[in-house]
Ligand binder design. Structure first.
Ligand code: F6P
Length: 547
């Protein structure tokens, strides 16, 4: 599917409208467009989406929908769901959707569904045994702590779900170890007893250096606690798409939870990579998470374009990348349980779409992959929100609000939600600094007062999206994550890039392997190195404790 002339024309039209609307008044659009609310709000799989606060006139939405049509987003979506090799550089499908429910579009769907159910049943059996204390370690003690070792997609999704859905009183606590920094290891293992600990090592490739080193350190930690050889089988299991390598590393088949290489790393939460989450939240609630994601999948396939939540979210993101002088998107979760959402989204969106070459190997003529940043509200309000309100660029913000428990004597949950709405409102209305305002008059009519009024003024008209979850239950969380996954895929199709590969991250891995020996004082430094690098390496070697 190469870019057609109609695709290019549709792009030109969107780009023209975006340039013309870059200063459009959101307040005026909200006031004057009678059907704005109907067109730009919707509920999908339990997630309420409000896209009304963007500098996007209704007419431009039609042009965006025409672009999606010209870019054959519907056909590309069908290709993904039917198992075509949409990851065209690696020539494989991206079939994470098949992990969350039956996919009628999929040829061989029955066989895949049966296998998925088999894996889920095995995971559930294991998770149940651990949770109920039936899974005993080498000394006969039940498992009370899990250390999950993995990085990137083998870490961020499970951590997000564990944080979001763990309940007080869960029989098993879960910690995550991703960074290769020894301090991270100490923190993750601090206070744990080997006899009551289970390590889950997750690596799709089973070749990731950080994970391999941390897994080896954990094995040593168990051995120091008297657990080694076959005794380790009760304390260490692996999750991978490379079972041959995992077996070679000494894990028996019975300790392995495999998945297929048609599951991309950053889309692997739904596979056996979700095992720590299943243990932490329980098999039933994990299945509900999958069901929520599946409901969003069906919405994505079945809803008409103008009412399709992932499509609209992607189109608005695309619009902002053209209309605003900003190449970032902030995501602020008003829910402590979702504090890791931004980190998960960074990998999802920036690893998927941080590309500059299209399907034909040509440079993409449009800006791709805005920088994703943000964190948890209200904390962000006391830090980077200053730049959102008064900085030179207008960065679009996703306000992700999950209603907290209302039974709180201090009404903190209500305050949390009020803050989200207030920040959104403040970004929209701003604060007028002109001399006629009461604020400016209060500052004083003299030169200092006028200056102060200018400093206090907020330009407003800053775009935002609201995503509301009336409850943070497994279904809604699954739906929210699937919504963002599909938004990411749609953007990739609009840009004509491969959202499912990640060649860029490979170079650093190769160079790290080349550079590490140079840190060893016994190794000669190549003369070919520039002086600045030799000096840095000399310093590092001198600072290194003798080994
Ligand atoms: O470095 C990037 C990456 O390849 C991600 O795509 C992936 O999620 C992560 O590393 C971990 O990979 P693996 O699961 O193979 O250890």
């Amino acid at each position: 599917m190469s870019r057609s002339p109609s695709w290019s024309r549709a792009w030109d039209e969107v780009a023209r409208l975006a340039a013309a609307s870059s200063d459009a008044s959101i307040a005026a659009l909200l006031r004057d467009e009678a059907d704005r609310h109907q067109r730009l709000t919707l509920e999908a799989a339990g997630v309420y989406l409000d896209l009304t606060h963007h500098r996007l006139p209704g007419g431009a939405l039609d042009a965006l929908l025409a672009l999606a049509d010209a870019a054959q987003v519907g056909e590309r979506r069908a290709a993904m769901f039917s198992g075509e090799a949409v990851n065209f550089t690696e020539e494989r499908p991206a079939l994470h959707v098949a992990l969350r429910g039956p996919v009628p579009e999929l040829c061989d769907g029955g066989a895949i569904a049966a296998e998925v159910q088999g894996t889920l049943a095995r995971m559930a059996g294991f998770a149940g045994a651990v949770r109920e204390g039936r899974w005993r370690g080498a000394t006969g003690q039940p498992i009370r702590d899990i250390v999950h070792i993995g990085i990137g997609g083998s870490h961020l999704g499970p951590q997000l779900v564990v944080e979001a859905l763990s309940e007080a009183g869960s029989p098993v606590r879960c910690r995550f170890l991703s960074n290769v920094d020894p301090r991270a290891f100490e923190r993750a293992l601090q206070g744990l007893e080997p006899a009551g600990t289970l390590a889950i090592v997750a690596s799709k490739s089973w070749r990731t250096d950080e994970t391999a080193r941390n897994a080896s350190a954990v094995r040593r930690w168990f051995a120091d606690g008297g657990i080694a050889g076959t005794a380790l089988h009760g304390h260490l299991v692996g999750v991978t798409a490379n079972t041959a390598a995992a077996l070679e590393s000494g894990l028996p088949e019975s300790s392995l939870f495999p998945f297929h290489d048609w599951v991309g790393g950053r889309y692997s939460l739904w596979s056996a990579v979700g095992l720590p989450a299943m243990v932490a939240i329980g098999p039933q609630r994990f299945r509900r998470l999958l069901a929520g994601a599946h409901a969003m999948d069906r919405h994505f396939v079945e809803a008409p374009p103008a009412r399709n939540a992932p499509l609209l979210l992607a189109l608005v993101s695309l619009w902002n990348s053209l209309a605003l002088a900003s190449d970032t998107e902030a995501v602020v979760a008003y829910s402590d349980a979702l504090r890791s959402l931004t980190a998960w989204l960074q990998q999802l969106q920036m690893e998927s779409n941080g590309k500059r070459i299209d399907r034909d190997g040509e440079p993409v003529p449009w800006p791709t992959a805005p920088v994703i940043w943000g964190g948890a509200g209200t904390d962000g309000q006391h830090s980077y929100f200053q730049a959102l309100h008064q900085g030179t660029a207008a960065h679009p913000v996703d306000f992700v609000v999950a209603l907290p428990d209302a039974r709180d004597p201090e009404r903190r949950g209500r305050a949390l939600v009020a803050n989200a709405l207030a920040q959104r409102e403040a970004l929209l209305v701003g604060r007028d600094g002109s001399p006629a305002t009461a604020d400016a008059r209060a500052a004083g009519a003299d030169a200092r007062g006028r200056r102060l009024a200018a400093h206090r003024a907020c330009p407003g008209n800053r775009p935002s999206t609201l995503l509301l979850l009336e409850r943070l239950d497994p279904e809604r969380l699954g739906a929210l994550l699937a919504l963002y996954e599909h938004k990411t895929a749609v953007l990739g199709w609009l840009w004509d890039i491969d959202s499912f590969d990640q060649w860029g991250v490979e170079l650093g891995k190769v160079l790290a392997a080349d550079i590490e020996p140079l840190l060893d004082p016994g190794q000669p430094l190549p003369d070919s190195l520039p002086a600045a690098r030799r000096e840095l390496l000399r310093r590092l070697r001198a600072a290194w404790p003798a080994r």
